[in-house]
Design a protein. Sequence first.
Length: 211
Amino acid sequence: MIAKIREFILHTVPEPPAVAIVLGSGLADFSNQLNGVTRLPYAKIPGYPLPSVSGHVGEFAFGYIGSLPVLCARGRFHYYEGHPLATVTLPIRVFEAVGCSSVILTNAAGCLRPEWSLGDLMVITAHLDFTFRTSVQDPPVLAGGGYHDPGLADIAMHIARQNNLQLRQGVYCWTLGPTYETPAEIRKIRTLGADAVGMSTVPELRTAREL
């Protein structure tokens, strides 16, 4: 299936993309900032699934930031939708197949730091898996090891400073969803060291690291 998807994308866009971006909830309009946009609806890609969550458009958008060719996923797949992890991580494997050397994962998350403000941006520097799918033990915080590129994080922080933007750094926690966390779960997650919590991203991180 990956081979057919790769062939479709590379025959549709003018050149292979160098960087991929997964646009999380509420961030799909970022693709409107690209130049020379080519849109590839998921429904037209052979064998490609469709997202079912509101706010996830369901298409790839190819375009340029300066001269850099970029491929954006406008819509992701969540484990809580009933998808197997192979489907949840499919976009990452597609990015690798079409030649992307870097991937930027974004999401809309709940903040666990009361001193931060609603709408703050955060660079994920580490993560933990609070799904308890494979273990009943408290999950460790994972950083480095190929998961989070410090060079990309430094670039983000530098650009934020240049533009007088408040950019946090912190630990992201993955929960199964689709319900929000209870107060007791929030307290527990905070004791484990997380700064934000959401229902995506970690499976994609793992697959990107493997690739």
